[in-house]
Design a protein around this ligand. Structure first.
Ligand SMILES: [Zn+2]
Length: 87
């Protein structure tokens, strides 16, 4: 393996590691690659906490997918509209 290939591979691995360490900054919607920078989600993003029996996962949705989820879930009647931007 040449040194440039090795450096490129190291760069790719460190980029993946960086993204994995900050999954809460990338929209969790399948296929969406939107992400934000900074310590807190910008206005329009929502933070979700998915609680399982033995673990808990936090993730974010971009404004477009927050609206889509809001429309898909029954019984919350636009509830995300109340918390958008408050995360
Ligand atoms: Zn999204």
């Amino acid at each position: 393996m040449s040194s440039s290939t090795s450096e490129s591979l190291e760069g790719t691995i460190s980029e993946i590691a960086r993204r994995l360490s900050e999954p809460e900054r990338m929209c969790a919607w399948g296929g969406c690659t939107k992400q934000f920078t900074g310590p807190t989600p910008p206005r329009g993003w929502v933070t979700l906490t998915i609680a399982g029996a033995h673990n808990e996962r936090r993730c974010v949705l971009c404004p477009k997918h927050a609206r889509e989820l809001d429309g898909l879930l029954k019984g919350i009647g636009g509830a995300f509209g109340d918390i958008v931007g408050s995360a």
